[in-house]
Design a protein around this ligand. Sequence first.
Ligand code: NAG
Ligand code: NAG
Ligand code: NAG
Length: 359
Amino acid sequence: MGLTRGFSSVFFLIFLFALATNAQEERRIKIFDVSKYGAVADGRTDNTKAFREAWDDACKWQEGKARVRVYVPIGTFYLKLSDIYWHVNRLVVTGGGILDGQGSSAWTRNSCREGSSNCGEFPVVNDITSLDSKTTHFLMFGCSNINISNVVISAPGDSPNTDGIKIGSSNRIKISRTQIDTGDDCVSILSGSSYIDIYDVFCGPGHGISVGSLGKYPNEENVYGLTVKNCTFSRTRNGVRIKTWGSSFASIAAGFTSENIFMNNVENPIIIDQQYCPEANCLQVPSHVQIKDITYKNIWGVSSTKVAVKFECSKSSPCKNVVLTDINLSYNGVDDVTISECSNVNGASYGRHSPPSCV
Ligand SMILES: *[C@@H]1O[C@H](CO)[C@@H](O)[C@H](O)[C@H]1NC(C)=O
Ligand SMILES: *[C@@H]1O[C@H](CO)[C@@H](O)[C@H](O)[C@H]1NC(C)=O
Ligand SMILES: *[C@@H]1O[C@H](CO)[C@@H](O)[C@H](O)[C@H]1NC(C)=O
């Protein structure tokens, strides 16, 4: 497998994907080497055509249903577009390379809004670095059974809309041993997502791990089954957050567990915000998203604001069964001066609490 290290205009891709159906077939691998398609590793030549042709041929390869591999040798390959994707099952991206989005030239002109169709996207997985993406680094819509691990995602804390991993309408996504420092959410989980497992993730700087914003559109699919475990948030705006639009349509967000989490100077370590309104004139109508069965357990560290725990739930659909156990968050390192704020929340608290629980 190829690799590259630290050049300024590095764009590096390694693909291996499998269409095989039995063990014998799986042993055979058909290689599509991008250099055979005319790709040049000089960091200047536009290799988009060569990469696309190698990818297309790999996708079309049917013979014996062998595994196919799009191979990128060691070097620095410049690509104009990263939209070399397809409907692929069991994609593996690996090899220690760097995907350098060179986004700093575009961040100042960023107008990419959630749901916009001209935002870049890329499916990726193991032992890879994604650097300075123009917008979201990894976007997963309609995906299932994806395992992301040993990935480094990096963009400056002030880069706009550079979500680390954005997941929507997807299920059974595992993210582990991954470091995300970026200008927006480290991971954002949108409607229609279920069974998302996040553990051993370091997030910061960034806006934390967020479910939502939910409820903007009618008939949004529910979000359920999210686990965030053994994670560190460092100097982030939020830790674990659930947010729904101020006046939002009905759906359900349920079954989330956040456990064993260290907060290092986080502005809002634990937050549910059902009045989310980044624009000035939102309707003052309660959200109809029902949030329930939410567990926070063993969360400690330092909040950089006084309100370390904040549950601002909907008047019309109060949060149900919010359970807190052993929370220890101090304000700027000083014990017992943080506070909790609750509105419209039902649930229970167990163990030791700082700040004192309001649930
Ligand atoms: C996910 O990837 C990690 C790292 O390669 C590996 O240890 C783990 O077993 C994988 N999990 C699954 C479910 O494939
Ligand atoms: C989380 O950390 C604990 C304690 O180190 C460990 O026992 C557990 O297996 C870890 N869980 C996951 C999902 O990584
Ligand atoms: C929080 O942690 C500090 C430092 O370890 C400890 O002294 C304090 O007793 C803990 N407070 C609670 C409520 O667990």
